[in-house]
Every structure is written in structure tokens, then in C-alpha cells.
Design a protein around this ligand. Structure first.
Ligand code: ZN
Length: 222
């Protein structure tokens, strides 16, 4: 390491989101992104995430906070054609899931998505896989148009679509607060969920519980 690099390194210590105080008052530049909370990813679904349904009440509380402050809410969904390349029937890694228009692709009835929520359909073409809510959607331009700079993110699954969405949001320059009690992992391999969480934190995501999100006041830009 050169002297200069060492100095820079000293000036920019690795981020420690768990120790740094997070500013969790909702702000006018905040939006909520709910990733792929769909019937097929819930217990009983075709690609069930263990305890995937546990995110629903937490997300409903979070939706209430955002809707109460008229802050934008986005919900992404897998919206696959029946011959999608990610399906085992077509050489992919996953069982058939979230076929566009099917019950499995629907948002669960228990998820209290407001009518005003923006829906982002992804991986809609047979040969296109998309884990991230930003991949092939106009999410980034919608956020920019609304002046959003910070995203609270929850949904399914921690080790795939949540992770990719968080990574894309960070690389696009958004501040990301991951709502820890609103995510669950597939854990295809044991430890995948923790590894994904560690990777997201290392890349700069902050971690909050929904109860940390302070609804008592909302701050505008300085
Ligand atoms: Zn999929």
C-alpha cells in the first residue's frame, strides 16, 4: 500500500453501520421499496422462502408509516413467462414460479399495498433473468424524478432479489436502509442469508428495525 493510499484509508474507515447512529426520521426524499413479496415465495408457494410470511405484518406497519407521510411506495414482482430461463424446466436453477398473471405471482392479500404504490414487473422476457428491482425497470428514473435519495428496503429473498436490489441502489448513489425484520432468506445453502446481509452492510447499506423508523416528525431537505 502506498503512503497516500494508506492516508486515504485512514480518512475513510470502513463503514460500521451497526455502530454509527442512523438518522431514521422519515424525510421528504425517502421511499419504501418492497421486493418480491409474492404468493409463490411464501410458505405453501412454489418457491417458498422459510418464514417468508413473517415479513408481511412488518411491511404493513412500514407501509402505514410511509403512506401516512405521503411518501412513495414501490413494489417489485417477478413476472415470468411460462418458459422463463430461470425455471428448471428450461435449464435454470429454480422451480417454476411467479408466472405472470398466476395466483403465485400475485401479491398476498394480507400485504396492505396502497393503490398509490408503483408496481415494477421484472424478468418478463423468456431469456432475461432479473433479481434486482432496478433490472430492466424504470425504477431509477422514477426515483430520480421524485427527488428520492434514500430507500428503505424490505422483502424476499435476502440472498437474491433483496441483495441485488440493495447493491444496485447503492451503486446508483442511493442511501439504503435495510429493514432487517422485513427480510427473509431462501438459504439454498446454509449461511447464505448471513453472507448476503454482511455483503450489503459492507457495501454501505444501513440496518434498521421497523420500530426504529421514527414517525413522530418528518424532516425536509436542509
Ligand atoms: Zn424469478
Amino acid at each position: 500500500m502506498t503512503k497516500r493510499a494508506f492516508k486515504l484509508h485512514q480518512q475513510m474507515p470502513m463503514q460500521l453501520p451497526l455502530q454509527a447512529p442512523l438518522q431514521t426520521h422519515l424525510q421528504t426524499q425517502d421511499a419504501l421499496l418492497i421486493v418480491d413479496v409474492q404468493n409463490d415465495f411464501l410458505p405453501g408457494g412454489r418457491l417458498a422462502v422459510p418464514q417468508g410470511d413473517a415479513v408481511i405484518p412488518v411491511l404493513n406497519h412500514t407501509i402505514d408509516l410511509f403512506a401516512g407521510h405521503a411518501l412513495p411506495i414501490y413494489a417489485s414482482r417477478d413476472w415470468h413467462p411460462p418458459d422463463h430461463c430461470s425455471f428448471q424446466t428450461h435449464g435454470g436453477p429454480w422451480p417454476v414460479h411467479c408466472v405472470a398473471g398466476s395466483h403465485g405471482a400475485d401479491f398476498p392479500a394480507a400485504l396492505a399495498l396502497p393503490r398509490s404504490a408503483s408496481i415494477l414487473s421484472k424478468a418478463t422476457a423468456a431469456q432475461e433473468e432479473a433479481y434486482s428491482a432496478f433490472a430492466g425497470t424504470d425504477l431509477a428514473s422514477q426515483l430520480h424524478a421524485q427527488g428520492i435519495t434514500r430507500l428503505f428496503i424490505g422483502g424476499l429473498a435476502t440472498d437474491y432479489c433483496v441483495r441485488r436490489s440493495v447493491e444496485d441502489a447503492l451503486s446508483l448513489g442511493f442511501t439504503v436502509l435495510l429493514v432487517q425484520d422485513a427480510i427473509r432468506a431462501v438459504e439454498l445453502h446454509p449461511g447464505d442469508g448471513k453472507a448476503a446481509l454482511d455483503a450489503m452492510l459492507e457495501q454501505g447499506a444501513g440496518l434498521v428495525q421497523w420500530r426504529d423508523i421514527d414517525p413522530s416528525r418528518m424532516e425536509g431537505p436542509d
